[in-house]
Design a protein around this ligand. Structure first.
Ligand code: GDP
Length: 392
């Protein structure tokens, strides 16, 4: 799938920068990306998005200093300068793009407010689907962040064709602060969505046995709403793949795992059982948004790995297993070969009906709104009565 990423705000910009980095490392040329922000320093901190593709908006209003956590201003500035954002997107070329993906932290100001505005305009102008990848804040970041995220998401689900969610609180470790976790979390985002969005692209290793093309991803997402993604990897054991490296893993060095080459060639049955087990792990393990997978309307199962590890029967069985476990009956799937020491499984659970974290976020937002109204009513001032000011 050829994706045009728009990183909106600080988190969005950083993550798109990493998608572009991954694309460059793989020599893949599947991703294009720009960053939009009201804060000049955030744009300057990016490394892989070209300078001309870093768009500073709101200069007259906030003078390059950002909008703070004011997403209403974020939305206003974006609406005011939508023409320059669209023309920047156009000038990068959109004729061969399969989808747009707007990436943003929904708890802040610029990305939170700007993403729904941009989604609306992109949808009006282009025929290709417009997706969002929204990062939701951990409750400990404070009620304002949850309030912003709830408002942004409520708007976004009506503007974007589908919204992928990554929940910061589900991914940070016990005791770890959200800030120090960001780099690690961003790696997780890019690894998962990198495998997903790359489906259907013909790489150096050729095409898969059961090709998933971009229309299958698009059809899986057509119900709208929110979508969660599961992911699991397993190390390849055959000797021929010993030297392989690639974008699926990256965990090996961290865990210092040393593998002995195993000359045994996996038999068909074994291979297909391995694939089913991997897909189960992907769906039952930690999802980008923890949710009740049995409420998903559609799903897509994707396997990526060395060609000799792929197995049509395994993919079919894994699809049937997913189908038994979700609400709907539409499960698509396939594989694509990559040069890697790992086999990766991605399960995209589309249009999820029940996610406790989203309910919690919306509840916090409702309470916050009520508290703000109450505190406004209660507000008293020492200077309200008695003495007339010099002028009104
Ligand atoms: P903006 O620049 O005004 O759009 O605001 P930010 O992008 O800083 O968004 C704030 C929200 O995004 C916060 O609620 C954080 O939870 C989250 N956030 C900020 N930076 C990162 C990051 O690098 N990774 C992740 N996963 N979340 C981030």
């Amino acid at each position: 799938m050829r994706v045009f990423f728009i990183g909106f705000g600080q988190a969005g910009g950083k993550i798109v920068d990493m998608f572009i980095e991954q694309d460059k490392k793989l020599g893949a040329n599947s991703f294009r990306g720009i960053a939009v922000n009201t804060a000049r320093t955030d744009l300057m901190g990016l490394k892989n998005i070209e300078l001309r593709d870093r768009i500073l908006i709101g200069q007259t209003m906030v003078k390059g200093h950002g909008v703070g956590t004011d997403n209403v201003t974020g939305a206003r500035v974006t609406a005011d300068e939508i023409d320059s954002i669209i023309s920047a997107i156009d000038s990068r070329g959109t004729h061969d793009v399969d989808a747009f993906v707007i990436v943003a932290g929904l708890g802040g100001g610029t990305g939170s407010g700007g993403s729904p505005v941009l989604a609306r305009h992109l949808k009006r102008i282009y025929r290709e689907p417009v997706y969002a990848l929204g990062i939701i804040p951990a409750p400990e970041e404070g009620r304002l962040y949850s309030y912003n995220a709830a408002r942004s998401l409520t708007t976004l689900v009506n503007e974007a064709d589908n919204t992928f969610i990554f929940d910061n609180s589900a991914w940070k470790n016990e005791g770890e602060s959200v800030k120090t976790a960001f780099q690690r979390l961003n790696n997780e985002v890019v690894r998962r969505f990198g495998v997903l969005f790359r489906a259907g692209e013909v790489g150096r290793m050729g095409v898969g046995e059961m090709v998933v093309d971009s229309s299958e991803i698009i059809n899986t997402l057509r119900g709208g709403g929110i979508t969660s993604v599961g992911y699991a990897i397993s190390e390849v054991q055959s000797k021929t793949t010993k030297e392989r490296k690639g974008f699926l893993g990256g965990l090996k060095d961290k865990f210092g795992a040393k593998r002995e080459a195993n000359e045994e060639v996996l038999l068909g049955e074994d291979r297909s059982a391995k694939i089913v087990a991997l897909v189960r792990r992907a769906m039952l393990g930690r999802l980008t948004l923890p949710c009740d997978y049995s409420t998903a309307e559609r799903a897509l199962v994707l396997l990526a790995g060395p060609p000799d590890e792929m197995d049509r029967k395994g993919v079919e069985k894994a699809k049937s297993w997913v189908e038994e476990n979700i609400a709907g009956v539409e499960v698509r799937g396939g594989d694509y070969p990559v040069n890697s020491e790992y086999v990766a499984a991605v399960v995209m659970l589309a249009t999820v009906g029940n996610a406790p974290r989203i309910k919690e976020l919306l509840d916090i937002a409702k309470e916050t709104k009520e508290d703000v109204i109450k505190s406004k009513e209660k507000k008293t001032s020492m200077f309200e009565e008695g003495i007339d000011p010099l002028f009104e």
